[in-house]
Design a protein around this ligand. Structure first.
Ligand SMILES: C[S@@+](CC[C@H](N)C(=O)[O-])C[C@H]1O[C@@H](n2cnc3c(N)ncnc32)[C@H](O)[C@@H]1O
Length: 296
C-alpha cells in the first residue's frame, strides 16, 4: 500500500515538472505579435523591443526601408492617390494619413483649419465632418464655432462643397492662389473674426519647393500654439525616381519638391521654432518627414 502511494507521488512530481517545462517553453511562441503590437509610432522603435517573439521573428529595418521606397513608387506610378473618394467626392488623401489628421483635429480641439490646394473640396468636407462632431456641445445642443478655409487656383471645389449644406456653412472656399493677396486677406479676416484657439494647417497646393517654402513662410504665423501642426503634404514626391520634381536639383536636396522647400524653411526662418514629428508617420505615411510641429 505504502509502496503504491510512493509511486503515485513520484509520478505526480514528474508530470508536474513536465507540465511546468512545457508552459515555460510555450510562453514566448504564444505571442508572435508582441514586438509589433508594442510599436508606437516608428519602425525603428519596433526593433528595440527585446521580447522572446522579437528574437524569434526579428524585424529587418532594411526591408522596411525598401518597402517604403517601392511602395512610394507604386503609389505614384499606379496613381493610387487618385483612387479614393469621401462623400462621393474625389479625395486625394491617403486613408492612413487621413485618420492621423482626424486624430490631431480631435485631440487638439482644432477650431480653424487652413488648407492650400482644395482640389474638389473633399478634404475640407472630411475636416468639417470630424470637427462638427467634437465641436458639438451636447449640454447646450449647439455647435461651438469652427472654420475651414481652403483655397485653389481652380474654382471647381465650391460646386462639390455645396452638395453638403450642413458642412458647407463651416467651409470658406477661396478661388485664388495660396499666397495671393486675396487669399491672404480672407484667411486673415477669418482668423480675426473667429479668434481660434488651435489651428491645423495643411499645405497641399503647388508641390514645387519654392511654392511650399513661400506657403510655409506666410502660413507659419497661424500655427498658434506649441504643438500645433503644419502638414507639408506629399513629401514622397521628393523621391529620386520622380522625374517631375527631381529632374533638376534646387534648394537643399536631390529634388525640387515639398521636402526641399520644407528643409530650406527649417534651416532658416523655421529653425528652433518648428521640427519634424516622426510620430505622426504611423506605419505608412505619404508625408514622410512632412508632419511639422511648432516647438517654440
Ligand atoms: C493634390 S491637389 C489637392 C488635393 C486635396 N487637398 C484633396 O485632399 O482632395 C493639389 C491642388 O492644388 C492646386 N494648386 C496648384 N497650385 C496652387 C496654388 N498656387 N494655390 C492654390 N492651389 C494650388 C491644384 O489646382 C490642385 O487642385
Amino acid at each position: 500500500m505504502q509502496h503504491k502511494s510512493y509511486h503515485s507521488s513520484v509520478f505526480g512530481f514528474v508530470i508536474g515538472i513536465l507540465f511546468t517545462t512545457w508552459l515555460l517553453s510555450n510562453r514566448g511562441s504564444q505571442t508572435p505579435t508582441v514586438s509589433t503590437s508594442s510599436t508606437t509610432s516608428t519602425t525603428s522603435q519596433a526593433v528595440k523591443s527585446t521580447t522572446l517573439a522579437s528574437v524569434k521573428f526579428p524585424i529587418d529595418n532594411t526591408n522596411i526601408a525598401r518597402f517604403y521606397d517601392e511602395y512610394y513608387k507604386y503609389y505614384e506610378l499606379n496613381k493610387e492617390w487618385m483612387k479614393k473618394s469621401f462623400l462621393g467626392v474625389h479625395f486625394l488623401q491617403n486613408p492612413n494619413d487621413a485618420i492621423t489628421i482626424a486624430e490631431i483635429l480631435h485631440d487638439q480641439n482644432i477650431d480653424l483649419v487652413i488648407e492650400t490646394g482644395s482640389y474638389r473640396g473633399a478634404a475640407a468636407l472630411f475636416f468639417a465632418s470630424i470637427m462638427y462632431q467634437y465641436r458639438y456641445n451636447a449640454s447646450e445642443k449647439s455647435i461651438r464655432p469652427f472654420k475651414i478655409v481652403t483655397m485653389d487656383i481652380n474654382p471647381e471645389a465650391q460646386t462639390y462643397i455645396d452638395r453638403y449644406p450642413l458642412l458647407a456653412r463651416y467651409i470658406t472656399f477661396i478661388p485664388h492662389a495660396s499666397v495671393s493677396e486675396k487669399a491672404k486677406s480672407i484667411v486673415n479676416r477669418t482668423f480675426t473674426e473667429l479668434k481660434p484657439s488651435n489651428v491645423f494647417i495643411s499645405l497641399d497646393g503647388d508641390h514645387y519647393a519654392q511654392a511650399v517654402y513661400e506657403e510655409l513662410l506666410y502660413y507659419q504665423q497661424y500655427a498658434l500654439n506649441i504643438g500645433n501642426y503644419i502638414l507639408v503634404q506629399d513629401t514622397r514626391l521628393s523621391s529620386k525616381w520622380h522625374t517631375l520634381y527631381c529632374s533638376a536639383s534646387k534648394y537643399d536636396g536631390p529634388c525640387n519638391g515639398p521636402h526641399e522647400g520644407l528643409n530650406w524653411f527649417l534651416k532658416n526662418e523655421g529653425q528652433g521654432r518648428f521640427a519634424i514629428d516622426h510620430g505622426k508617420e504611423y506605419l505608412f505615411s505619404t508625408h514622410h518627414k512632412g508632419w511639422v510641429k511648432r516647438t517654440a
